[in-house]
Ligand binder design. Structure first.
Ligand SMILES: *[C@@H]1O[C@H](CO)[C@@H](O)[C@H](O)[C@H]1NC(C)=O
Ligand SMILES: *[C@@H]1O[C@H](CO)[C@@H](O)[C@H](O)[C@H]1NC(C)=O
Length: 261
């Protein structure tokens, strides 16, 4: 019985692993690990829970952002931002966003797990920052067709951008990506700046290609009704950016060969 129960749990975990997984010991939704609606999570370079309130503020400021407000954190949470690590946010408050209830995080609750306004600002936590400049980048797209552009397009994109676009069309449809313009810092393995395409709901499985340089990629058609695009730029050298359109493709009708007689 015990073995069966374990097997069952294992299967459930496997299923979950498609969009949710562990990274650095933190259970997260891989799509939104980095950011959602301009909100993102940071920890100290020394590791988890090492930032005083003052240091937390400095981390956000250094990256051109500010501490996230409760409202911004909640808005990000509502579109899937889930991080199992307590961090400072606006006005000395500490908490973290939970989308999916789990036994080891958030006390089985969903919402902002709120530790309240801390009187002792020397306590050490992680931090939640907000950067309005990156707000236009990424998101969950469910329209039948839409243009996707690098942040700031047609201006050059900035350094240190991370964007996730998660496309979901109707069940049974596929997604066709059609690249219109493409100019991303070129290097042989596309390790500096790149656009990655995943034929899946997340950036863990279904890798379909990584692109950089100024060669216009061919159209890409998904196998299912979801796709994920990830754009990342490093700390130096940018490019003109990219613009592409996705279109939902309806399933081909069953053999419609007409015979004329
Ligand atoms: C405030 O927090 C720091 C870090 O946890 C701790 O060392 C210090 O003793 C606390 N101060 C007070 C007054 O509790
Ligand atoms: C329909 O057309 C396809 C491709 O033109 C062909 O391979 C197939 O045999 C045709 N089917 C019928 C029933 O005519």
């Amino acid at each position: 019985m015990r073995v069966l129960a374990l097997l069952w749990t294992f299967c459930l975990l496997l299923k979950e692993a498609q969009a949710w997984g562990f990274k650095n010991g933190i259970f997260h939704n891989s799509i939104w690990l980095e950011q959602a609606a301009g909100v993102y999570h940071r920890e100290s370079r020394q590791g988890r829970y090492q930032l005083t309130y003052k240091e937390a503020k400095a981390v956000c400021k250094y990256e051109g952002g500010t501490l996230a407000t409760y409202k911004q954190l909640e808005e990000a949470r509502q579109i899937g931002f889930h991080v199992c690590a307590a961090g400072w946010f606006d006005r000395g408050r500490v908490g973290y966003p939970i989308v999916k209830a789990g036994p080891n995080c958030g006390f089985g609750k969903v919402g902002i797990i709120d530790y309240g306004y801390r009187l002792n600002k020397s306590e050490k936590w992680d931090v939640y920052c907000y950067n309005p400049n990156s707000k236009e980048c990424g998101g969950v797209l469910t329209d039948q067709q839409k243009m996707i552009q690098s942040p700031g397009f047609p201006e050059e994109y900035q350094n240190e951008q991370i964007c996730y676009w998660h496309i979901r069309v109707r069940l049974g449809q596929k997604i066709r990506l059609n690249f219109l313009e493409f100019d991303v810092e070129d290097d042989t393995a596309c390790l500096a700046d790149y656009l990655e395409v995943y034929d899946s709901y997340d950036d863990v499985s279904g890798f379909a290609g990584r692109f950089c340089g100024d060669y216009l990629p061919d159209d890409i058609i998904s196998t299912g009704n979801v796709m994920t695009l990830k754009f990342l730029s490093d700390a130096s050298i940018t490019g003109g950016g990219f613009q592409l359109q996705y279109v939902a493709v309806n399933p081909a009708p069953k053999s419609q060969n007409q015979t004329h007689n």
